[in-house]
Structure formats: C-alpha cells, structure tokens
Design a protein around this ligand. Structure first.
Ligand code: UTP
Length: 404
C-alpha cells in the first residue's frame, strides 16, 4: 500500500490520525507503518456500536456434582487414564494474555508465586501435567498459545528451565492473532510513530491460530480426539484430569467445563447454562436479578461458575466455524502514543477486541458442567492485590499443601 492509497482509505474510515507523524519518519519507518496499516483488520471496530444480541430463553444446566463424581470416581478415572495412555488427549495452555490487571510485563506464566524459592506458574502447571502423564504412563502433547509480544520470552524460559522436566518433543508453541486497539471514541492507537497498536485478540481464537500454525497436523498424525483448554492464571489448574476426561467421554458429551458452585447471587462469575436449548455462558452482568437469586432446596439454580478449564471433542470442534466467533469489547489500560510520547494510563482508556472460549462452548451441541471444589481447583491470579490476587492465590496453594 502506498501513502496516497493509505491516506484515502484511512480518511474513508475515519482513522487519519495513524498518519500524523508520517512526514517525520525515515523511509524504512514509513514502509513499516504502511505495511501495518495494510495488515490491520479495521472491521473489528464495527463492534463498538453493535447493539447487544437479544438473549434467548435461559434455562439451568444441571451439573455433575462432586458427590456424583465421587460415587463413580473409579470408573471415570479408569476411562480417562485409558484415553490418556492411548495418546488421545492433549492440553492447550492459553498464555497469550497481557495480564494488565496484574501489572506484570512479562508472560503471566513467568510470574513467580514462590515465597522462599522461585516458583513460576509455568513450573506449577508443567509439574501437574507431568504427574498426570506419569500416572497414564504416557506424556500428552501440550500446545502453548503465546502472543507476538511474549512468544520469544516464553520459549526461552522453557528452554532455560529444561522444559520443566516434561518431554521437549511434546511441547509446542503457537502464536495467537492480534486485533487493533482504540480509544473509547474508536480511534485506533499508534504504538509508536511508525507502528499501529495491536493486542492479542482474546482466547477464543486458539483453535484458528493452532490451525494456522500447522500444528493441527500433530493432532491428526497422533490421533488426538480430545483437547483440554486451560487458562494459565489459575494456580490450582489441573490439566487433563483423568476424572474429568472419563466423565465427559462416558457421558457421551462433545464438550465439558469444570465449574465451581456459585454460592451467593452477587458473586461475579460467568455462568454455564442453556440458552434456547444450547449450552451457553452468561456473564454475571447479563443475568436477570430474578434468575440470579432463584433457588431450589436452598441452592442457587444458576450455579455453574466457569473456571476456564474446558474439554473439547475434536470431532465436534472441527464441525464448527472457528474462524468467525464474535468479538467482545474489553475496556483496558492501553499503553499508546499520545502527542508524540508513549503514555501508560492508570485507568482504562480504550477498547481491545477479544474473542472468547465461551463462544466455542455455545457452538457445541452439549456441554457437561463438571463440578470441582473451589478451594481445591480454583485460585485465579488476576490482580496485584485484593480479590483473585497474589495473596489469595498463595493462601490457596498453601492450603493445598504446596511449599512456597
Ligand atoms: P484474561 O481474560 O484474564 O486476560 O485471560 P489477561 O490478558 O491475562 O489479563 P488482563 O485482563 O489483561 O488483566 C484469561 C486467560 O486467557 C489467556 C490468558 O493468558 C489467561 O490464561 N488469554 C487472554 C490469551 O491466551 N489470549 C488473550 O488474548 C487473552
């Protein structure tokens, strides 16, 4: 794209600010900026004014309770371990986020949760995976989604740490896609005078990005049938849990989600339920007050709090158009260029555009909510202090016997 074409195009879409510093750039910088403009998907900006989609009929989705799981644990565990020992299960670790709330400027998986010794989240997770692999007597494939910004650092970290003892040939990295970030007025930001600001486009793009990387050939080559997709920031995350795998497969489901039981109506957690007969995750702020408070035998009816731990059947996933999930607007602090200088805002200043794994669940015909005990499996690390913080995550690790 040459300058004239770029200028005309940006004028048409109201984004001429991206050329503000063009006159003062070197030839190489000009070329870089024009290339950036050409490759930016400005269509995501249409999501700013989109009215929210009307919700359909919401119904509860009964979870498989901890008691029911415990009663059939031997059967579930055996089925899960059998699939793992046959190499039919793989893990996907979502590690492409930016962790802006935590305020950690490295890959979140490198965050050191240790107290008397270094204990990065990646080490915790790889140790959990190794213990499952040892029980199954076979290491499963681990696909780690990174972003353009943190891919190199993540790979180096794994190398420096000897892949945390996990077989190196089973660990694969792939980079997720990006989307431009903009002000609340919809003006796309510059990162510096010669590059458009883009950010990772959310965790819902993992399968599309995995396919673009060519790594789906590994899944096909090795006959993988199930993929366990997990966030990097739950310090009690359990990967490829044989119980979870077994319950999903024996129940004949296409997908399942580990959930924690919501106890109080005001808890801010996404809820797995049914909308128009399909599995769906409703955000807490989208939920009607009456439904939020509805109880049966004293327990909340809408109680399936999601934990970002999903198991997807690949056959079902391959039947879905993973390239066209909707974009959601996320209000974030976005470092950007303002009046020629890079600024680091103290509060959210604009939108990032994110696809979400929950939309994948909605595309499935069914989904099993699999209950886990909150204090055993759910300790998200989102903030530097307060709720879901370093302090709360450490306390839960200690409660679960981890030496920090
Ligand atoms: P969050 O939604 O908490 O986002 O990610 P984040 O970027 O880590 O943190 P904030 O919102 O900026 O503070 C939940 C999970 O999804 C992954 C994260 O790495 C985390 O495991 N994620 C998120 C991605 O892999 N890519 C993304 O674009 C966003």
């Amino acid at each position: 794209m040459d300058y004239d074409t770029a200028q005309k195009y940006l004028k048409e879409i109201g984004q001429e600010q991206l050329l503000e510093y063009y006159p003062e750039l070197t030839a190489a910088e000009r070329a870089e900026l024009l290339k950036d403009i050409e490759s930016t998907d400005f269509s995501v900006l249409e999501n700013i004014d989109k009215p929210p989609k009307p919700r359909g009929r919401i119904e509860p989705l009964k979870p498989l309770s901890c008691e029911e799981i415990s009663a059939r644990s031997k059967e579930f565990e055996e089925a899960g371990l059998k699939l793992l020992s046959q190499g039919k299960v793989a893990a996907v670790l979502l590690a492409g986020g930016q962790g802006t709330r935590l305020g950690f400027n490295k890959p979140k998986g490198m965050f050191d949760i240790g107290v008397t010794r270094p204990l990065p989240l990646f080490e915790l997770h790889m140790a959990d995976m190794l213990s499952v692999a040892n029980r199954a007597k076979r290491a499963f494939h681990v696909f780690i989604m990174t972003s353009r910004a943190n891919n190199g650092e993540t790979i180096d970290f794994f190398k420096q740490n000897g892949y945390f003892g996990y077989p190196e040939d089973k660990i694969h990295f792939f980079i997720q896609d990006v989307a431009p970030a903009c002000s609340f007025e919809g003006k796309v930001y510059l990162k510096n005078k010669h590059s458009v600001l883009s950010a990772p486009n959310g965790n819902g793009g993992w399968y599309k990005s995995l396919i673009s990387s060519g790594l789906n050939s590994v899944l096909e080559r090795d006959g993988v049938e199930w993929v366990n997709v997990c966030g990097v920031d739950n310090v009690l995350q359990r990967f490829c849990d044989p119980l979870f795998v077994g319950a999903t497969v024996l129940g004949g489901y296409s997908c399942s989600a580990k959930i924690v039981r919501k106890e109080r109506p005001e808890e801010n957690v996404g809820l797995l339920c049914k909308v128009d007969g399909r599995p769906s995750v409703i955000e807490y702020y989208e939920m009607d007050e009456n439904l939020k408070c509805e109880r049966e035998n004293g327990k909340l009816v809408y109680c399936n709090g999601i934990t970002l731990n999903y198991l997807f059947g690949l056959k079902a996933l391959n039947a879905v158009d993973c390239a066209h999930f909707p974009y959601h607007l996320a209000k974030k602090k976005i470092e950007h260029l303002e009046h020629g200088v890079e600024v680091c805002p103290a509060s959210p200043c604009g939108y990032k555009f994110e696809t979400l794994v929950v939309d994948m669940v909605n595309a499935m015909d069914n989904c099993l909510p699999f209950e886990v005990k909150r204090n055993k499996e759910f300790a998200p690390l989102k903030n530097s202090e307060g709720a879901d913080s370093v302090e709360t995550a450490r306390a839960l690790l200690i409660e679960n016997g981890f030496k920090l």
